[in-house]
Each structure stands twice: as structure tokens, then as C-alpha cells.
Ligand binder design. Structure first.
Ligand SMILES: [Zn+2]
Length: 1095
């Protein structure tokens, strides 16, 4: 099959490696035609950063003057004063006594001690591969989790279920549960006589006399309801942690029914939605009392939401529709029909594609996620795929089937996405399964009006009395019409049971690098101005607190106490043992001290302009910030401009430019565990750290990034930031700060993902800390963060046709409300390999593989990760060929669902995270990997495989009409310079960046009517805005770009570039279908895959 004349089709993997590795450094000529060479010639593939600025900071000597004086003598900050004259504080002999208590004795109750005190214990580090695996991983993914250490997340007895965060059995044998001070662990045990059975925590998990420790594998002995009830109120020490955390597992519903304890799912196994007999002879007397003989009624989906706009969640108002009888017949038969006949699949979806013949499979419009093959009544209620999607929309019945498909099973989540419509339930009763703690959702079944069956564990639950009343229709007996069973995405106002302490106030602490290097970049001006502009827009209420720390070789605090005429600066020079001077005045109420805060923000940029201090004590400054925030929790925003050089957490340069090209070496692992440990401490005190790195030089983001990763923060990176020399970065920072400061924020959050019994979640990706086995600790949650998890099929799903996944995010809003956001996704189960392939979601698969590859790069090596990515394609297509296709035609045959799989994987190989070649600087690579882990899928895909449009000939043909605006819809082009032409203009949408490349011979019309210039040569070197001209061309172009921007919460910067622009390199590097000095073209890659598949 290989075609002569294409040099890189060597076939064997080794050939690929050679092509991608150092062996190709000699630089073979480009082979994609003259256009490509022409286009590249001006700028080539230089490794220059977008707008990079080779800024060198002259070395300066340390200022020898150091005035030291007594503690307590603070001095007023005056603008332009030389801060060297300020007093430096040393810890007074009594300082630790004087200061420390106030850190913990404030009005906010002290947080219980918890696992972060023992940061070494890390069962599932976020985003790790199989924990503890020390054997070098194979070059193929092992999608299934090793059978040991099962991590099912449903409440099988004594196992680590979601309900188990409050489980008494976790106290020993679990690395995350702090043993020790029991007084700290009993916050949730009500003393006194046991109350009537309200909210007995997690009955199914209680095993009096059961061995503590890891879950037994066999079925535990039956336990009577009485015993369990009693046990549930025993003051066995609760696993501690937990501010709000445990509460996510604690019920608030009031089940009036008899107490039933299921010791094992064996007892309650049975079908999901079909009216098949559920329990037969395995039923214990206790559970039989629930009455399984009732015929199953359908889930509450008959009163469906109005057809929602494509991709939008069901309307919040769906339950406003008129009263309807509870009459719909069971959907079993219908559902079966739909499932088996592939009703919801477009016929095209059943097609087999020969990728070597059909060269352009890229759709002209953005690829939509596949719709699960469900009955439309169910699918109508399903979760929006933008919030929650699965790599396989048809879930394989068994792990064996999943293994055969060689595709990863996992979920991609964007749980806190900004939503236009979000139904919020304020009723005091939150109805949850009393066995597995699942929230009632559209996919449960109502056995009758008084009982509902859980779609995750099949427990039969009572419908609480309150739930029988529909407050909107004011009708009794319509539990199936409640918003909770009409909306797959919903938010609950959580009652006090979901709190361990009063909801924390919004707390914002800003930590600024003010070393000479930082001052040189001029960033303080931008940041302080942005803060001034947005001070009133910070999410919060009258309780909002704010504070500031600056640092160089010392740490500077600012007293903003109400009543002061000016902010006071306090310098602490002891960075070995950091203490907090007057902690009560450093984090202040924003409303009460607003003028002082504004004063400080106005003067701060000038205060350090004359500094000669080059050292950076970042680690001690972070420690100080942590101490300041730990009584309350909150958000710490750290701005750093260089490698930290002083005190704890100091780092050394370790980037070796000569090694950049090799995929083997490189320092992607942290060089110290200081930042991770501190992050875990932060996580324990509900502090998240967001890192803004503005640096022209290597700053070891691989190490620094841990501070955000494990504390659920975000990382922002502005290479070569300079206020004058790099205006694009300045604009980028401004726009991103605007979003950062004003976006929604959730505090002291935890997230848990549950899935139908039989499925098991085993690896998590994203920025968080895995607290108990499956509880993600998120001191902050923001609407721009994405998460992914890997799953396996632990028990056969042969008895069910539908499985569900539910994520529950418990958080404190900036208004001080405790809320729970719940998303539920329902998917069909299938029994054949073909169906698994038909339902594959190629973007979700690629996104999950990217997350796995980041882990592999860190734990093994970059080349391992690259090989594994390639093998993922080869293995799955080989499986398809050998097990699904009956006649083996020549070519590279793929199911329609996976037609873009090779392209996306090739794009990943060329992405900053995984690319080889000299262009990838270490910090850029580390940042790209942070992005892979933390971005929602839609943006990860745009970053990896941008959309390319021709925009110099936009027309109204096929345009969208939205609110009287006409928005042109140019087709998406393949990412190849073959698609470019010098007489056109092309827009590349790479998610956070839009690049408009103007060809040298671009028509005069576009230049004058859209860009407002008379000739190509007059296009400014830095152009990040289109003028609003009174021409139809201008209106169309601006409408299209605005429309692209409106679809994302952040503001992508537009770069108008021509051939000489530094950005050109980025533009060309994104042409993933083309050959580069170190990577195959798409066609070469297909040939390589084909050879592997046909072996
Ligand atoms: Zn359940």
C-alpha cells in the first residue's frame, strides 16, 4: 500500500520514531508542494514564541542596605517611597505565641485535621496512572484497571463507596483518614440519644464487626436493619477531613420507610428500566419488605422537557408544562427496539470508511458529539454533552468486550460551566438514594407514586411526602414532574446538613513578585489596574475579604485595617521561619477597607521601581500566604516572574536547550515535592492557588505548577511578558485577568462521580486532590475547569440496558450559599463490538488519551507516551478490522465514528505537550500539559486541532441569523498549507487564540474593506483588532469573529499576521496535516497506521 515517493512511510514503529526523533534533525525537505515551501520560507519553523521578546535582565547586585528594626514598628506606605527605608520585622521572642493563636482562634471554627497533614500518603494522586505501578508501562494503554484495589464508587458494603466518606469503617487501613485526635473526628456524630431514623449516615456501609480496612471481596454477612441503625449512631470516629466534604455523602432526605440494609448488591441485582422480576431467591427477608413485586413503572421521562436547542441543557422550566397523568406505558419494548436497530444513528454513521481513499473526512462544520443510541424520550432528558460525555456512548457489557475494542472507557466533565439556564431547587428535601446516595434524577424509575428505584444501585427508595407535592402545579402525587426528575442538570440549595462549618466568606489573597525582574516586566501596572477596574465585580458579598503580599528576598505584608489613613507595609525578613505580623489586619473586609485597597493598588506599581533586589523567595511567601488564609480558606493568586532562588522551594535551572529535540530526557517531573506538599496543606484548609507565570526565562513550571494542580487552582503562562516589548502578551493578560477576576467561583468544594453498579472509576485527571478513594477535593472550583476519569467494567452489565453516571459538586457560592450541582448522564449498554465502535466519541477518546499521555510522559517518558498514542489508534483499528469487518479489503478501514481518530492523534503528537523537535521549550511543554489536564474537552480539541476558515470571501449564503445579526458560516478547512492561498485571508481558531493570516497577494477589497489598510505592506506588525468599517465585508468578518468569541467564556485574542510576523510559526505549526522537520504528514501517518493494522 505504501506509495513510492513518500519517504516516511517506513511502516514499523521504529520508522516513526526515527522520523520524529533526532534522526530527522538533518531536516528533510518538505514535500507538500511549492506553496508550503513558499509560505514557510519567510519565517520557517523557527522556535520563536508568539511575540517573543528576547529580553535580558541585567544582573544587579543585592542592595546592601538593610534596615532592621523591631517588630511592631510598622510604617505607612507612601507612594514612591524607597521601601528599603521601611522597617524590617523580625520575629520577636514571643511572636509565635502572640501570632499563632490568632491564626486559629478566629470566628470561623477551626477545620478538622485531615489527611493533608500526611501528604505523603497519596493513594491516587490526581492524574496518575495506576498508583504504585512501578513496572515500566507497556507502550499500549491498559484501559482496564488492575483488579486489585478496586475502586468502585457505588456503595457496596465496606468498599470505598461515595457514601462512604462518612463511613466509620474507613478509619483504619485507609491512608487518607487521619487517625488520631478523635475530638476532631466527631463533628458529625450527633451526641445524645439516637434520633429517629433521619439521615442515618450510609446504612449500607455499616458492618458491625466487619473487619476494618480494605473491602472484603466476598459477600459480607447479612445485617439486620436494626443492627445497622444502631451502628449508624455509634460514635465510631468519623473519618475526619471534611469540612463540607463528608456531607456530600450524607443524606438530607427523610425516608419514612422501613430501614433496609443491603449488604451486597447481590441482593438487589436486577434490571434497570424493564419490568422484569427484579429479585428472586437472593432477596433477603429484609429487603423483600420493600416489595419488589410491584410492576416497574417507567422513569419520569414521559413529561418531557421541551425540545431543547441543540446542545443546550433541558429548559429549567420544563416542569411548568401542564398537568399530565402518570400514564405512560413502560418503555421497555420501545427502548429495546431503538437500541437494537440503531434508530438514532444516521445511516452515514454505519458506514465503513477507507481513509486512504477518502482523504477529506473533516466535516465543514464543527464536529458534534455523537448522540447516544437511546430512545428519544430518554435522550431528550439526557445531560448536555458539553457538560458530561463518555468516550463510548454505547457502553460495553463486559470488560472483555471493552478490552476487545481497545478503546478507553472514560468520562469528560465540565461540571461548573457557565449555564444560561440552570434549574435551582430550593426545597428543604433533597431526595437521594439511601443506599448509594445518588440524587434522584430523570433516569430513576418510579415503581409507583410512593417508591422510586435508584438507577445506579437499584435500591428501592420511598418518595418523601414533600416530594409528592409539586409546588408549581400545586398538585399532589406528581413526583415524576418535579424538576429533579425532569432535568439531568440541576442545582440544589443545600441545607445545613451539608456543612461542617458556616459557609466561608469569599477570600482573595494576591501575592506579587516585586523583584527587580518582576518590576522590569511592568506587569504590576497591568494587574493592579485590572484589579482596580474589577474590584466591584469580584464575586462576593458583604463578607468578601481581600489581602496582599509582595515578596522579593523578603516578604511584605500590608495592613489595610479600617480607619488607617494609608496602607501600612510590614516587612518580614526571616524567610526561614515565616510568621504573620498582625494577621487580623492583613485580610480585610473589602467593603470596609475599599479605599485603602484602592490606595494600595494605585501605589503598588511605583513602590518597587528602584529595587535592586534580584532574589525571589517564592516558597516562603507561599508559606506566609497559606498561614494567612488557612483559618478561612479562599483563593490565592500568585504572580511570579522567575525561578525561585531563596528559601524553601528554591529551584535550579535544569532546561538544557540541546536536549529539547529528544523525546527521552527532559524534566517533566517536579524537582522538589515542596510545592505539592504545600498544595496539599492548602487543599486541607480550602485554599486554592492560582499561578500566573510571566517569565522570559526558564522557571521550572513542572515544579511550580504542582502548587495549583493539587490545590485545584489554575495555571496561566505568559512567556516573555513585557509591558512595552510584548503588547500582545499584555493584552492577553488583561483579557484573561478580566475573566479570572469576575468569573463565578465556588469555594470549599468537593466532587464525586457515581456510576451504575458494575462500572468502576479508577483514575482521575484534572486539578484537584483525591481525598478518599473517589472524592475530589476542590478548594476552589471555576467555570473554566475540565476533568476526566477512566473507568472499567467491573461486573458484567448483562442484566441492564442502561447505565447512568452522576457527578455531584458541592460548593459554597460567593454569596455564601451551600449548593450542589448535579449532572446525570444515561447511556445504553451494548453486547457487540460493532455497537461499541458505532458509539465511539472520537473527541472524548482523544481527550482522554491526551490526559493519559500526559501522565505517561511524566511517569515514563515522552517517547513512551507518543508510542502509546500511536498504538491506541493501531490497536483499536486492528481490533475493528479483525473482529468486525468480515471481508478484509485493502486500505485503512475505519468505522465512521472513528474517521477522525488518526487525525486527532497525529494532532496530539504535534501538540506542544507531545511534540518533538527543538521548538518545544520545557516550560511551554509543561504549560501545555497543564492545559491538557485542566481544560474542558471542547477547548482541548480546539487547541489540538484548530478550526481553519477562509474569510476574505465571506458571504451570507448559509449564514446564521441570530437577533437580526447575520453570521456567515464559512466551511472548516483541512489544516494543510495546501488549503491556503496567497491571495486569500484565513482565520485559525485555536480556542484561546485566533490567528488571521493575510496572504501576500490578498485582494485589495479585503485589505481596505476589512482591515482598513491600503496595501499589504501597511498591515501593522501588531494588529489585534479589526476596525469597524462601514462596509458589508467588515460587518461580516466582525460578526463571524464575534460569534466565535461569544461561544466561549474567555476572550480569545485576535492576531492579524502576515508572513513576517513571529506568530506565523505558530500558525504553520498548527497545520497538523503537513509534514514538518520532525513529524509525519497526515497521509504518511495513515500509511504507517495501515501497515501496523494489516500486519
Ligand atoms: Zn442507589
Amino acid at each position: 500500500m505504501s506509495q513510492p515517493g513518500i519517504p516516511a512511510s517506513s511502516g514499523a514503529l521504529s520508522g516513526l520514531q526515527a522520523q520524529n526523533g533526532a534522526a530527522s534533525a538533518s531536516g528533510s525537505p518538505f514535500t507538500n508542494g511549492p506553496i508550503q515551501n513558499e509560505l514557510m520560507s519567510s519565517q520557517g519553523y523557527s522556535s520563536q514564541l508568539p511575540g517573543s521578546y528576547p529580553h535580558l535582565i541585567p544582573a544587579k547586585t543585592l542592595n546592601p542596605v538593610s534596615v532592621q528594626s523591631k517588630y511592631g514598628g510598622s510604617q505607612t506606605v507612601s507612594p514612591l517611597s524607597n521601601y528599603q527605608g521601611l522597617q524590617t520585622l523580625h520575629r520577636p521572642p514571643v511572636a509565635s505565641n502572640a501570632v499563632t493563636p490568632s491564626l486559629h482562634s478566629g470566628p470561623v471554627p477551626r477545620m478538622p485535621q485531615h489527611a493533608s497533614q500526611n501528604p505523603a500518603a497519596t493513594p491516587v494522586p490526581s492524574g496518575s496512572f495506576h498508583p504504585g505501578a512501578s513496572v515500566p508501562p507497556p507502550l499500549n494503554w491498559q484501559y482496564n484497571y488492575p483488579p486489585t484495589g478496586s475502586r468502585t464508587n457505588h456503595g457496596s458494603p465496606v468498599s470505598s463507596g461515595p457514601a462512604l466518606s462518612g463511613n466509620t469503617n474507613l478509619t483504619t487501613g485507609h491512608p487518607y483518614v487521619s487517625s488520631g485526635d478523635p475530638s476532631l473526628q466527631n463533628n458529625f456524630i450527633k451526641s445524645g440519644p439516637a434520633p429517629p431514623l433521619v439521615n442515618s449516615p450510609l446504612p449500607a456501609t455499616l458492618q458491625p464487626g466487619a473487619p476494618l480496612g480494605p473491602p472484603p471481596t466476598g459477600g459480607p454477612p447479612p445485617v439486620s436493619a436494626h443492627a445497622a441503625q444502631k451502628a449508624s449512631h455509634r460514635a465510631v470516629p468519623q473519618p475526619s477531613f471534611n469540612s463540607a466534604v463528608n456531607q456530600e455523602g450524607i443524606t438530607s432526605s427523610t425516608n419514612n420507610g422501613s430501614m433496609v440494609v443491603h449488604n451486597s448488591y447481590d441482593e438487589i441485582e436486577g434490571g434497570g428500566f424493564l419490568a422484569t422480576p427484579q429479585l428472586t431467591n437472593k432477596t433477603t427477608p429484609v429487603s423483600r419488605s420493600v416489595g419488589y413485586s410491584y410492576p416497574s413503572l417507567p422513569p419520569g421521562y414521559q413529561n418531557t422537557a421541551p425540545p431543547s436547542a441543540a446542545g443546550m441543557p433541558p429548559s429549567s422550566l420544563s416542569y411548568l408544562s401542564g398537568p399530565q397523568a402518570f400514564t405512560q406505558t413502560p418503555l421497555g419494548a420501545n427502548h429495546l427496539t431503538a437500541s437494537m436497530s440503531g434508530l438514532s444513528l444516521h445511516p452515514e454513521g454505519l458506514r465503513v470508511v477507507n481513509l486512504l481513499q477518502e482523504r477529506n473526512m473533516l466535516p465543514p462544520t464543527p464536529l458534534q458529539p455523537p448522540a447516544p443510541n437511546l430512545h428519544e424520550d430518554i435522550q431528550k432528558l439526557n445531560c448536555n454533552p458539553e457538560l458530561f460525555r463518555c468516550t463510548l456512548t454505547s457502553v460495553p457489557q463486559t470488560q472483555a468486550l471493552l478490552n476487545k475494542a481497545k478503546l478507553p472507557l472514560g468520562l469528560l466533565l465540565h461540571p461548573f460551566k457557565d449555564l444560561v439556564q440552570l434549574p435551582v431547587v430550593t426545597s428543604s428535601t433533597i431526595v437521594r438514594c439511601r443506599s448509594c446516595r445518588t440524587y434522584i434524577n430523570p433516569f430513576v424509575s418510579f415503581l409507583d407514586q410512593r417508591r422510586w428505584k435508584c438507577n445506579l444501585c437499584y435500591q428501592v427508595n420511598d418518595v418523601p411526602e414533600e416530594f409528592m407535592y409539586n409546588p408549581l402545579t400545586r398538585v399532589y402525587g406528581e413526583p415524576h414532574k418535579r424538576p429533579e426528575v425532569q432535568n439531568a442538570t440541576i442545582e440544589f440549595m443545600a441545607p445545613s446538613e451539608y456543612m461542617l462549618r458556616p459557609p466561608q466568606p469569599p477570600v482573595y489573597l494576591f501575592v506579587f513578585d516585586v523583584s527587580h525582574n518582576a518590576v522590569e516586566t511592568g506587569y504590576l501596572n497591568s494587574v493592579c489596574q485590572s484589579l482596580l477596574d474589577n474590584l466591584d465585580l469580584l464575586p462576593g458579598n458583604t463578607r468578601t475579604k481581600i489581602g496582599f503580599i509582595t515578596f522579593d528576598s523578603t516578604i511584605h505584608f500590608y495592613s489595610l485595617q479600617e480607619g488607617l489613613s494609608q496602607p501600612q507595609m510590614l516587612i518580614v525578613s526571616d524567610i526561614e521561619d515565616v510568621f504573620i505580623p498582625m494577621p487580623e489586619n492583613l485580610l480585610v473586609n473589602l467593603n470596609e477597607s475599599k479605599e485603602l485597597v484602592q490606595d494600595l493598588l494605585k501605589t503598588l506599581p511605583q513602590m518597587f521601581t528602584k529595587t535592586l533586589e534580584t532574589q525571589s523567595a517564592l516558597g516562603p511567601a507561599l508559606q506566609a500566604a497559606f498561614k494567612l488564609m488557612s483559618p478561612t480558606g479562599g483563593r490565592m493568586s500568585v504572580f511570579q516572574t522567575q525561578l525561585p532562588t531563596l528559601g524553601v522551594g528554591a529551584l535550579r535551572p535544569r532546561e538544557e536547550p540541546n536536549h529539547r529535540s529528544s523525546a527521552k530526557e527532559i524534566h517533566l517531573t517536579p524537582s522538589t515535592d515542596f510545592y505539592k506538599k504545600l498544595a496539599l496543606d492548602c487543599s486541607g484548609q480550602q485554599v486554592a492557588v492560582d499561578l500566573f507565570l510571566l517569565s522570559g526565562q526558564y522557571s521550572d513550571l513542572a515544579s511550580l505548577g504542582c502548587i495549583s494542580r493539587y490545590s485545584a487552582g489554575s495555571v496561566y503562562y505568559y512567556p516573555s511578558y513585557h509591558h512595552q516589548h510584548n503588547p500582545v502578551q499584555v493584552q492577553k493578560l488583561q483579557k484573561e485577568l478580566q475573566r479570572y477576576l469576575t468569573r463565578k467561583i465556588g469555594f470549599e468544594a468537593v466532587m464525586r462521580i457515581r456510576c451504575t453498579k458494575g462500572l468502576s472509576i479508577h483514575t482521575f485527571h484534572g486539578n484537584f486532590f483525591v481525598r478518599s478513594t473517589d472524592l475530589l477535593s476542590l478548594p476552589n472550583v471555576n467555570p473554566d475547569a475540565g476533568y476526566a476519569v477512566q473507568m472499567s467494567v467491573e461486573e458484567s452489565l448483562t442484566d441492564t440496558q442502561l447505565v447512568s453516571f452522576q457527578s455531584a459538586l458541592l460548593y459554597t457560592s460567593s454569596k455564601g450559599e451551600r449548593r450542589i450541582r448535579v449532572h446525570t448522564l444515561c447511556l445504553p449498554v451494548v453486547s457487540t463490538l460493532n455497537e461499541v465502535f458505532l458509539g465511539a466519541d472520537v473527541q472524548a477518546i482523544s481527550g482522554l488519551l491526551a490526559n493519559m499521555a500526559v501522565d505517561r510522559s511524566v511517569t515514563a517518558s515522552l517517547s513512551d507516551a507518543r508510542d502509546a498514542l500511536v498504538n491506541a489508534v493501531v490497536d483499536s483499528l486492528s481490533a475493528y478490522r479483525s473482529s468486525v469487518l468480515s471481508n478484509h479489503q485493502p486500505g485503512l478501514m475505519v468505522p465512521f465514528s472513528l474517521r477522525l481518530f488518526p487525525l486527532y492523534v497525529l494532532a496530539l503528537l504535534k501538540q506542544k505537550s507531545f511534540q518533538t523537535g527543538t521548538s518545544a521549550r520545557l516550560d511551554e511543554r509543561s504549560f501545555a500539559m497543564c492545559q491538557v489536564k485542566n481544560q474542558p474537552l471542547v477547548y482541548l480539541m480546539l487547541t489540538t486541532h484548530p478550526n481553519l476558515y477562509r474569510v476574505d470571501n465571506l458571504s451570507d449564503e448559509g449564514a446564521l441569523n441570530i437577533n437580526d445579526r447575520t453570521i456567515p458560516q464559512p466551511p472548516i478547512l483541512q489544516l494543510s498549507v495546501e488549503k491556503l492561498s496567497r491571495d486569500g485571508a484565513f482565520l485559525m481558531d485555536a480556542g484561546s487564540v485566533l490567528i488571521l493570516w493575510v496572504g501576500k497577494n490578498c485582494g485589495q477589497n479585503f485589505l481596505s474593506q476589512v482591515l482598513g489598510v491600503q496595501s499589504y505592506a501597511l498591515i501593522p506588525h501588531t494588529m489585534t483588532d479589526l476596525p469597524e468599517l462601514d462596509t458589508p465585508e467588515s460587518a461580516r468578518t466582525i460578526a463571524f469573529i464575534s460569534w466565535l468569541r461569544e461561544q466561549r467564556p474567555f476572550f480569545p485574542i485576535l492576531y492579524v499576521i502576515r508572513d513576517e510576523s513571529p506568530m506565523k510559526a505558530t500558525f504553520l505549526q498548527n497545520m497538523v496535516e503537513d509534514r514538518t522537520e520532525s513529524a509525519l504528514s497526515y497521509y504518511e501517518f495513515l500509511l504507517h497506521i495501515q501497515q501496523q493494522v494489516n500486519k
